[in-house]
Design a protein around this ligand. Structure first.
Ligand SMILES: [Zn+2]
Length: 255
């Protein structure tokens, strides 16, 4: 996560760089309020809860951050950091497929929901079920998923997709049979493989996709313009309400 380490000892409020859901990028956030409490104490060992209310200096939206740490926590990586509302930079957006039937569409949506909620075992199991469902829908028979994936070879122009699907089958197996959670980055890759397959068989509706993106971009722009015009009456406010110029791409959040 690209941001300054919070100053836990100094009472001075800080400015930090965190992802803003509204600006859709990492922006400067001003800490407006901070409270540290001792969560528990046992034989001289303390656990703490630090709450900070942060305001995006671009769009002025607020976010509450909670950091849970103890006397032995030496870095931010070891602390448990939560944001309310949750930061959405690792959120995967559903793609519209024009010819996907409702059963497969539900499976796809549920698998993506699991990914976004970090239910990684269920996401892997869902993607595996989706792959089985696609094979069934395309009338590809086989005694197990391996044979069915090989059966897809005749339908696909790109044999690499089949190779990637086998990788993804192993991952689904481990998740379902050994209850081993795959890494979020691996699952993101698996989702892109299955989406390639869905695009080929069920046509990604590019127009719907573009329209949705345009609407989203328009909404963000309108919101920013409104904020800016509201602030122009106060010169000092206008300075902080200027659009954020930094375009750092956020790193994907790993579990
Ligand atoms: Zn913002």
């Amino acid at each position: 996560m690209d941001r300054q380490a919070p100053s836990r000892t100094s009472p001075d409020l800080t400015t930090e760089r965190i992802y803003c859901n509204s600006c859709k990028q990492i922006t400067n956030h001003e800490e407006k309020f901070r409270q540290k409490v001792v969560f528990s104490e046992e034989q001289g060992f303390h656990e703490y809860l630090l709450h900070s209310l942060l305001m995006c200096m671009g769009c002025e939206e607020f976010v509450l951050r909670r950091i849970f740490y103890n006397d032995e926590t030496s870095s931010d990586e070891e602390a448990e950091i939560r944001f309310f509302p949750k930061r959405l930079h690792s959120e995967h957006t559903l793609k519209p497929y024009s010819k996907l039937n409702s059963k497969l569409s539900t499976l796809y949506k549920e698998a993506i929901t699991c990914f976004n909620e970090r239910a990684l075992i269920l996401c892997a199991a869902g993607l595996r079920a989706l792959l089985e469902g696609i094979c069934q829908d395309k009338k590809i028979k086989g005694r197990n998923l391996k044979v069915k994936i090989d059966g897809l070879r005749d339908h696909l122009p790109n044999k690499n997709i089949v190779k990637n699907l086998h990788q993804f089958r192993f991952m689904g197996n481990e998740a379902v049979h050994e209850l081993e959670a795959p890494k979020a980055a691996e699952l993101a890759l698996a989702i892109s493989v299955i989406e390639d397959l869905l695009s080929f068989f069920y046509e990604l509706d590019y127009k719907a996709s573009q329209l949705r993106d345009m609407r989203r971009a328009g909404k963000t722009k309108m919101k920013k313009t409104q904020k800016l015009s509201d602030s122009l009456t106060h010169w000092a406010d206008a300075v902080v309400a200027m659009p954020e110029s930094v375009t750092t791409k956020p790193e994907p959040e790993l579990p």
